[in-house]
Design a protein around this ligand. Sequence first.
Ligand code: FES
Length: 317
Amino acid sequence: MAEQLLDVIVRKRELQGDGVVVLDLTRADGAALPLFDAGAHVDIHIAPGLVRQYSLCSDPADASVYRLGVLKDPASRGGSAGVHAHLLEGRQVQISAPRNLFPLAEGATRSILLGGGIGITPMIAMAYALEQRGDAFELHYCGRSRNHSAFLAELGSAPFASKVVTHFDDEHGRLDLAAVLGQGRARVHMYTCGPAGFMDWVIDGARQQGYAEDHIHKEYFQAEVDASGEGFEVVAARSGKTVQVAEGQSILQALTAVGIDIPISCEQGVCGSCLCDVLEGEPDHRDVYLTDDEKAGNDQILVCCSRAKSKKLVLDI
Ligand code: FES
């Protein structure tokens, strides 16, 4: 069944910081929006064939508006550049219902939110939710400089403003991660989102401080795709087609070339849209979507970025 999309209007659009557009979306028919859980994202149908995910950063208890922030990426393959060019005030656009791959854990004694740059967006929604729950938390916002950073006015006047700590490289230098994380304690949960290098640094730091893996929560919004490695064969079992995937080519590209349609969105191993079942062969997982356990199971693969360790992969497509 086709996914039900929501028609929304760009009610307000504001440029903030260095290249971040902040959009307030409301229902085109004036009705309430579906409530969402902090950490959720929506798919935005920016133009025909151009769908991208963006985290919701508004108050999850407010059904009148969805807010999101989109950084214009100089290397954009259409997504952020399309949002900046097309989503003007008054424009109507279709979005998916919210989906949450980055939920808050239950039962934490304290939550530490660490957002790097535009990775602050899901953290803002989390801060609203934690404040409403009455839970203990702190929100650390890391960036290059105050001038580059969006959402500072909102964070400064939010009900949780006293729990926000900013760390700008050109003011006090890099944040003291060990001090912020402290010694990982049984029910302290850490959440991070931001550029991959920032997140890897934070996640390593949490592991060094003794945080359990299931207390380290992360959402990558962009990942580099490594397409290197030898070619291999992919059999599409249900379609009855076999393709050769060349070095530097993705499985997705090889399948598309022979007319096999795979749902896609990010093409970076982030969103999970292109997930396929593996019937035979050993995947070489290169995504950041599947968990370590799911990767070890070797029965699923994200075909936009992952490759094969075996000479042949048989997929249930
Ligand atoms: S298209 Fe997003 S993970 Fe493959």
